[in-house]
Design a protein around this ligand. Structure first.
Ligand code: V47
Length: 375
């Protein structure tokens, strides 16, 4: 572990470094200072200190497959290139049989997680989704189903005239094991009116997450950055996540998501840079002192930047993914999947120790083509 003192270009970071070394919680003003400085190496050094304090060299990854059953969506969010109107000739909705069939394409015993999200389809009922989950569990009993964003839950509850809690319980009973972190975007109402004005507001997103956590359902959380948000909006978003985590402890991982503008109504916005991608990882590690894991999602930030992020605060690099649509519709040029061996190479080359996990961060022990989860 590196404990030496780096040379800070920005002296304003010194009091923050003192707090980080002492394990003290950072404030809103500290968050702003971290976002505003161009001394990325100093911010990365501090984030790496925290990362190594929590996880040493351990770097988590998993073997997963994304499943997006439909891109039909009643919300036409400006930020999104994935959702389509149901009359759009290019829109798709898989039948239940297609979902189950596609889940098994290229199937290997080593897959431990299906990551399932889709558009807000006006006709797919809660019962349909429950049937989908039951069918997946029947066919792939050992696979963890990480399914549905807070936004999808709120929509399904409204559509089915049920409470959020009832909706969550029905889905959990049908096989939903945990929830991904998408759809949070950024909580600022000013920004949401511009990028996703048809979506639930930030307060509702937090409320669905709270209710899921209270039912014992773990989730992840995200923030979409690199569009029209300010530094204050980012810090405010992170601190609202930190406050909920203080209350429920239900977030496993935070994933900063860089906005991809291609094919969206905001295509005039420039893509994020490697500098800001690394900054967002590092600041999150420093502000979110009560969320255990920070994920560098390679699909979004490219395997190259994700690898460097492993020394800027990230301890997780996500998984094999297999078939990704949301970012690729928005112009991502990364591949659709990485093999397990490629993930191992990225991690070890960065001087880190690969640790294959299941969705709940339990170790996965491999025995040739089979695997067991060590509890
Ligand atoms: O919910 C949509 C965002 C999310 C765009 O929980 C966009 O483990 C950038 O949530 N540019 C999907 N972002 C991805 C996601 C995720 C990914 C990996 C792991 C986990 C996890 C969660 O991406 C959406 C939305 O917030 N998004 N459109 C776009 N054009």
């Amino acid at each position: 572990m590196f404990s030496g003192e780096p040379i800070f270009d920005d002296a304003r970071l010194r009091p923050i470094a003192d707090k980080v070394r002492a394990g003290e919680r950072l404030s809103h003003e500290d968050g702003l200072a971290l976002y505003r400085t161009s001394d990325l190496l100093a911010v990365g050094w501090m984030a790496n200190l925290v990362r190594e304090r929590l996880h040493g060299d351990r770097t988590y990854f998993n073997v997963n497959r994304h499943i997006n059953p439909t891109d039909v969506c009643v919300a036409s969010c400006k930020l999104c290139a994935f959702g389509k109107h149901k009359k759009d000739p290019t829109a798709y909705t898989w039948s239940l049989d297609e979902v189950w069939h596609r889940a098994g394409i290229g199937w290997t015993e080593s897959i431990t997680e299906f990551h399932i999200v889709g558009g807000l389809h006006p006709e797919l009922t809660l019962d349909w989704y429950c049937e989908m989950l039951r069918g997946l569990k029947e066919r792939f009993p050992q696979v963890h189903l990480k399914a549905f964003t807070m936004v999808e839950i709120a929509y399904l509850a409204r559509r089915d005239k049920r409470s959020i809690a009832d909706t969550l319980v029905k889905l959990r009973d049908a096989g939903m094991d945990s929830m991904p972190g998408g759809g949070a975007e950024i909580f600022s109402e000013r920004v949401r009116r511009i990028i996703c004005d048809h979506k639930i507001d930030g307060g509702e997103w937090i409320d669905v997450a709270r209710q899921a956590h209270q039912l014992g359902i773990k989730s992840n959380c995200t923030m979409l950055y690199g569009h029209v948000e300010t530094e204050e909006d980012r810090v405010d978003h992170l601190l609202r996540l930190r406050t909920l985590q203080e209350e429920t402890g239900g977030f496993q991982t935070y994933i900063p998501l860089a906005f991809h503008p291609d094919n969206t109504a905001l295509s005039h916005i420039d893509r994020t840079t490697g500098f800001s991608d690394l900054k967002n990882i590092a600041v999150a590690r420093l502000l979110l002192d009560n969320i255990e894991h920070i994920k560098a999602y390679w699909v979004m930030m490219t395997p190259r930047i994700a690898q460097i992020a492993l020394r800027f605060g990230a301890d997780d690099i996500d998984g094999t993914v297999v078939e990704e649509k949301i970012y690729h519709d928005a112009g991502a040029t990364t591949s659709q999947s990485l093999r397990r061996g490629e993930l191992l190479r990225l991690i070890t080359e960065a001087g880190r120790q690969p640790f294959e996990r299941d969705t709940l961060y339990r170790p996965v022990e491999r025995n040739e083509s089979t695997f067991t989860i060590l509890v």
